[in-house]
Design a protein around this ligand. Sequence first.
Ligand code: PEP
Ligand code: MG
Length: 845
Amino acid sequence: MSTLNLVAPLAGWATRLEEVPDPAFAQKMVGDGIAVDPTSSELRAPCDGVVVSVHASRHACTLRARTGAEILLHIGIDTVNLRGEGFTVRVSEGQQVKAGEPLISFDMDLLARRARSLLTAMVVVNAEGYTVTGRHQDRPVSVGDALLVVEGGAASAEESSEGDTAERAVRLLIPNGLHARPAAVFSRHARMHPGAVRVANGARIANGKSVVALMGLGAQHGDTLTISVQGTEAGQRLQALVDLVASGLGDPIRPIAETPAPAPQKGPAPVSLTPFAAGTPALFKGTPAAPGIAVGNAVRVVETQVELSQRGQGLAEEQRRLAEALTGVRQDIEVMIEREGTAGSARTEIFRAHLVLLDDPDLNEAAGESLSAGHSAEWAWRSAIETHVGMLERLENTLLAERGGDLRDIGRRVIALLTGQGASRVPTDLPPNAILVADELLPSDLAAVPAGRLAALCTAHGGPTSHVAILAAGLGIPAVVAAGDGALRVPHGAPLIVDGERGEVHVHPSAALQEATLRSLAERAARREAHLAKAHEGCHTVDGTRIEVFANLGRPGDAAAAAAQGAEGCGLLRSEFLFLERATEPSEAEQADQYQRIAEGLKGRPLVIRTLDVGGDKPLAYMPLPREENPVLGLRGVRVSLRHPDMLRTQLRAILRVKPEGVCRVLVPMVTSAHELRAVRVMLEEERRAMGVSTPVALGAMIEVPVAAMLSDRLAEEADFLSIGTNDLTQYGLAMDRGNPHVAAQLDGLHPGLLRLVARTVEGARKHERPVAVCGGIASDSRAAPLLIGLGVNELSVSPAVIPGLKAFIRTLSMSQCAEVARKALELESGDEVRALVTSTWPGL
Ligand code: PEP
Ligand code: MG
């Protein structure tokens, strides 16, 4: 075995690789090694060797040492984005170099301004046969100082050449080409396959398990890579690798400029659909998207087809027109946000997101490419929008697909400014009790509606998590979405009843039904007012058991509103809102700021912040996770956090920064055993001590998987409180995917088996006198509340809107009766039987 001594290629501070703010390096996906925070601006050879490759963007190169070890030197982080600006290469591929000879010089000022970090990684990329045995880190170094010792030179593991060979071509859609990070992701997946993996780009062929070889392919955005896999299950492995490349290997993807012409815009209802006949009552169903019931008249919103000319008036002119229109729309949105006033409300946040979309570099680049091809500004903008909408829809991720509405919205606004047509689809002179009925509604359709005019909305398309659904809930109007042809058959002006709770729409309802609905709405309103008047008082059962009612929150703007509804705190802050749908990780300061705003909205009430709960089903662009066959059973919740401890520590520090000390509690999702909780506790305590925070922070475990319920006594030993996430507990308890429509009807949180898991959780918690909350969906269901209370749950964390009514109901309950009914429920066979028992005991439900 031979030893290779690598010397510092730069002067600066030698630091551990884990400190590099890029998971591909920090998690050693690219290879093992060290990093230098440079104070000199010339990268020099760390050993004698041959230059194997220099990256096209001039920010990285690889040397092969005499021992065969391949050393990647990568200057800064995300410097590939500079596309060579600021770098001067001093060597050429194939050149022999001596230790200390210059390789690449760089403009330190430019990098300091434009790159995410200057940390320069030096890693051994052909890791199989080599081990890093000595590191001189956490200290200043000068060029030429000893830095790393690499042992080895053994041949890499034999690749199996048995079995099938499978081959497929795939386009590379990463704007920056196959640079170090995506190459590392590919090679890591390729290495899981025992057989050979080759990647070809034109005439160049690379070993798919070698980061250097992959980078050496020089593959650029739009290149077609041919991947071939040899060995057992070659077809399956190939498919996974092709999918990985198609999904961008952890980088954002941008479609190819010559993508097909934009899809035709969605138009009005096809003429073949017969409108519902006047005078004949009819009923159709959709998906409930915002609660409430409304009686009113249909106002049809029809998409106006705008003819766009394809040819532009010259590149400069079209660039100017597009820039002007983008500025115009940006200003309109800013005025709207300004008018809105309430910082952080769901409404302003949505329009802030539109501002970000307007500046999206990929979108603008795609439009720019279309302009360069001679197209008009409106044509270029529409093709860029439609291509991106298509991409989101193809991701088969409902949440992202529903964001397509936002893209279409900014698309329409910009085109309206450019063409002077199609600006406002919703008439400004809406009659009172108007119910908007449309193929699809977009956020800006609702922005222009005068307050108090809108009674409800109903759409043929769209989803319950689309921004328009969130806006409707914020306006307090019921909404039914995804109603299909039913919505398209509603004639303009037809009387309607929209039931946003059942997802039903009555067309031409009888006078008797209209009157009865209006009467019950008036009674509801009076009841609600009475409940609201007492919502701020504490909540006890008639026999004096204190039940706390908290709110579930998922956005900063909702905290104050929840407190106004009588929330005694936030029992579950789903912190994912800070992490999803963005290209970079939120910083500690940004997180702390958002948590602080929420704490302030709650005015001193406790705030339970759940640590990040993401997984393979909700990937983050900046945290590559392996592609999993079944992500719901894979890396999720705390499992991800423990694999990314730096991210977890950042979140914990942000929580610890919130004032006043002790107002926040930390809740850990998807716990399956006590050691996970212990690991989080150690980090929390270390960070607390380091920050000098004297008040201890309560740490809770979510009970979301059956084994956690069974082991609740063990978890309660470690935790300060338990909180049952019945949404996941139902999914894992019944073995039914919570997103699968085929089993949606049986996915019943009141199943007696699940109630037994709740009972077991309380039993375990009581052994250590720990409180138990329920923060899953059934806590908001008044048919479940008496059972949960009867089983000994101390806190319900619910949707803010149900708090006043739920508190009023709890005040009518007797603990002894709840316990009696809960005992009986545990002996039943099905959720339906449980519901029947509850409604026969409390007939008003
Ligand atoms: C739950 O699983 O019940 C829960 C509250 O978490 P989420 O719905 O965010 O998965
Ligand atoms: Mg959950």
